[in-house]
Design a protein around this ligand. Structure first.
Ligand SMILES: [Zn+2]
Length: 502
C-alpha cells in the first residue's frame, strides 16, 4: 500500500518519496510506484491530481488493490504475503493505521524516473478546485437530505460542471432553491470540515444518512453537525473556502433527478460569463437587465406576427405566379372538340404554309415549337378520342429560385390536371441550374424519365417519383435540356406515339 499524504494534509503541494517500482506500459508511458504520495487517485467521484515527479509530467493517478512486490515486508503486513504473486489484496486482511487506507497508488508518467528518491509537486489550482467542488457536493447533498429526506445516488465531478443524482420523482425549482440556500448558509457560517477514521463499532455514534459500503477503514467527513457518507476525497478545512454553491439546472434522468451545479472558482467564472451575456443582450436591446426577458418576449411575438404576414404574402405571390404560368401554358395534342370539326381544312392550310400561319378564323395560335402541324399527314381521328389526349405543357425558366420553391410551384401547376410542368431556375454567376419536372395524376408520363432526358445534356444529377422529380446540372446547357424534355413530352403525348414514355 502507498502512504496517502493527501489524507494527512490536504494543503501540502510538495513531497519527497522513494521510488519502489516502475515499469513501462505498452503505450510507452511509465507506471511509477512510490512509498508515499500527495497525488490523489481518481476515486469516489473525484478526479486525480496532476503535476510532476522530478519534472516529469504525471498524466494519470490510479488506485489499485494489487500490491507492489517489493513493498511487502515480512512481519509487518503478514496478510499480504499470500499476494506476492499479484492477486488482489482483500481489504479485510490489510492492516491499516489511522490516517491510512489500503490500496496502492499508481502514477502514470511520460517517462521513467531516473533517481531512487523523487520530489513530487501537485497542480494546486486543480486540486483546490476539486476540493471546492467535492466539499460543496457533500453540503448540497446534505441540504437535500435535510429538506426532503432524499438520498444522493450519483455524483460526477466533471471538467465544467458537477452533478448529483437524487432519488426523487420530481424536484420543484423552489425546493432546489431552498436546498441551495441552506447549503450556502453552511458555507457562510464557515463551518469546520473534519475528516477522520472510525472503527466499525464506533459507527453507531454517528447519524449517517446511509450505512457505509465498506466494513473497515471508514473515513467520515463531518461538517459540524452534518455527517457525510464515508469519503476518501480531499476537502478544505472550512466550508467558507468553498466560496459559493450555485445550482445551474435540474433534469430528469431515468427515475432520478439530476442537479447540475458549480462551486467556488467555477461559480465565479459562471457568474462572470453569464453576466457578460446579460450585459451584451441588454445592450443590443437597449434595455436594463431586469427588462431583458420582457423585451425578448416582445421581440418573439413581433417576429411571429411578421412570419405570419410574410407567409400570407408568400402565398399571395405564389398564387399570382401560378396564375401567370398557367396563362402561358401550351396545349399539346389535338385541337379541342369545337375546333376539331374544322381540323381537316386547317391542316390542309397548314401543309400549304410551311411557316405554320393559320387562317384568320383559327383559335389563338399554338406557341412556336408545338409541332402540331408537323404531323398533318396523319388522318384526323374521331373527335371524342382525340380530345381525351389533349395535355398542357408549362416549360419556363425562373430567376433565382430555391429547389423547394420550384417544387411548390410545379405541384400547384399540375394540380389543375392534364399538365406537365417543367420549371428551371438559374442564377447569375452560378454554374448549376435547377430543374423540376412534375405531372398531373391523369398524365401517363414518368416525371423522373422526363427529368433524366433533361439532365443528360446538362450532365446533371437528380431523381424523384413518377409524379415529381428534381435535379441540377450545367446551366449553359439548360435550353437544350428544356428542349429535350419538350420534345419528349410531345412525342409521348401526340396521338401517333402516345405511349413512348408512359
Ligand atoms: Zn468527500
Amino acid at each position: 500500500m502507498t502512504i496517502k499524504l493527501f489524507h494527512r494534509d490536504q494543503y501540502q503541494t510538495e513531497f519527497q518519496a522513494r521510488v519502489i517500482e516502475q515499469r513501462e506500459r505498452p503505450d510507452g508511458t511509465w507506471e511509477v510506484y512510490l512509498d508515499r504520495t500527495l497525488f490523489y487517485p481518481t476515486s469516489g467521484g473525484q478526479p486525480h491530481d496532476t503535476g510532476f515527479l522530478d519534472g516529469i509530467r504525471v498524466m494519470e493517478v490510479l488506485e489499485t488493490e494489487t500490491p507492489m512486490v517489493s513493498e511487502v515486508e515480512p512481519g509487518r503486513n503478514p496478510g499480504l504475503i499470500a499476494h506476492i504473486v499479484g492477486a488482489p489484496v482483500p481489504t479485510s486482511v490489510t492492516a491499516v493505521e489511522p490516517g491510512r487506507s489500503p490500496g496502492t497508488i499508481l502514477h502514470v508518467l511520460e517517462k521513467s524516473c531516473a533517481a531512487p528518491q523523487v520530489t513530487g509537486r501537485i497542480d494546486w489550482p486543480r486540486r483546490f478546485d476539486h476540493m471546492q467542488q467535492h466539499a460543496g457536493q457533500h453540503i448540497l447533498s446534505g441540504a437535500f437530505f435535510r429538506l426532503l429526506g432524499t438520498q444522493t445516488v450519483g455524483f460526477h465531478l466533471g471538467k465544467e460542471e458537477v452533478t448529483i443524482d437524487l432519488a426523487l420523482p420530481a424536484l420543484a425549482p423552489a425546493e432546489a432553491a431552498a436546498a441551495e440556500d441552506l447549503a450556502n448558509d453552511i458555507v457562510f457560517e464557515n463551518r469546520a470540515i473534519l475528516a477522520h477514521w472510525v472503527a466499525p463499532e464506533e459507527l453507531v455514534n454517528y447519524p449517517l444518512r446511509k450505512p457505509p459500503a465498506r466494513k473497515e477503514n471508514i473515513r467520515l467527513v463531518e461538517v459540524e453537525d452534518s455527517i457525510t457518507p464515508p469519503c476518501g476525497g480531499t476537502h478544505p478545512r472550512r466550508a467558507g473556502e468553498i466560496g459559493l454553491i450555485k445550482i445551474l439546472g435540474i433534469e430528469r434522468v431515468r427515475k432520478d433527478i439530476r442537479v447540475h451545479f458549480v462551486c467556488g472558482q467555477r461559480a465565479l467564472q459562471d457568474y462572470r460569463l453569464k453576466n457578460g451575456w446579460v450585459t451584451e443582450v441588454g445592450a443590443r436591446l437597449s434595455l436594463p437587465g431586469p427588462e431583458i426577458v420582457a423585451g425578448v418576449e416582445r421581440l418573439l411575438t413581433s417576429l411571429k406576427e411578421k412570419d405570419k404576414a410574410l407567409e400570407e404574402l408568400r402565398e399571395d405571390l405564389l398564387q399570382y405566379q401560378v396564375e401567370g404560368l398557367l396563362a402561358r401554358r401550351k396545349r399539346i395534342g389535338p385541337e379541342p372538340i369545337s375546333q376539331s370539326l374544322r381540323l381537316s381544312k386547317r391542316m390542309d392550310d397548314a401543309s400549304r404554309n410551311p411557316a405554320g400561319k393559320l387562317p384568320p378564323e383559327s383559335p389563338p395560335a399554338p406557341e412556336e415549337g408545338l409541332g402540331l402541324t408537323s404531323q398533318e399527314s396523319e388522318p384526323p381521328e374521331k373527335v371524342g378520342e382525340r380530345d381525351d389526349v389533349a395535355y398542357y405543357l408549362i416549360n419556363e425558366v425562373l430567376a433565382d429560385r430555391l429547389p423547394a420553391e420550384l417544387r411548390t410551384l410545379a405541384t400547384r401547376l399540375v394540380a389543375k390536371g392534364r399538365t406537365v410542368a417543367v420549371l428551371a431556375s438559374e442564377k447569375e454567376a452560378e454554374q448549376l441550374a435547377q430543374l423540376v419536372v412534375a405531372r398531373s395524376q391523369d398524365v401517363p408520363l414518368d416525371a423522373n424519365a422526363l427529368l433524366k432526358k433533361g439532365l443528360l445534356p446538362m450532365e446533371g444529377r437528380g431523381g424523384g417519383s413518377p409524379f415529381l422529380a428534381q435535379g441540377a446540372g450545367k446551366r449553359e446547357k439548360l435550353s437544350q435540356a428544356r428542349q429535350a424534355i419538350d420534345e419528349a413530352v410531345r412525342q409521348a403525348v401526340l396521338p401517333r406515339r402516345s405511349s413512348a414514355l408512359s
